[in-house]
Design a protein around this ligand. Structure first.
Ligand SMILES: [Zn+2]
Length: 56
């Protein structure tokens, strides 16, 4: 069995195919994908992070 259910980026809280997970603007780069001219390491340059929207 492969363990392929890990988040893609450090800022992601869950894998993109997990239930109850939605995209949100990356708080580190404000959705620009870059921080001080460098690729954002939190979202991996996507400007978005995956956050669990279920539970509470
Ligand atoms: Zn970011």
């Amino acid at each position: 069995m492969q363990q392929d259910n890990e988040p893609q980026n450090p800022g992601d809280e869950a894998p993109p195919d997990a239930p109850g997970v939605g995209e949100d603007t990356c708080p580190a780069c404000k959705g620009t994908g870059k921080v001080e001219g460098a690729q954002c390491t939190v979202c991996g340059g996507t400007g978005k992070v995956l956050q669990g929207i279920g539970g509470g």
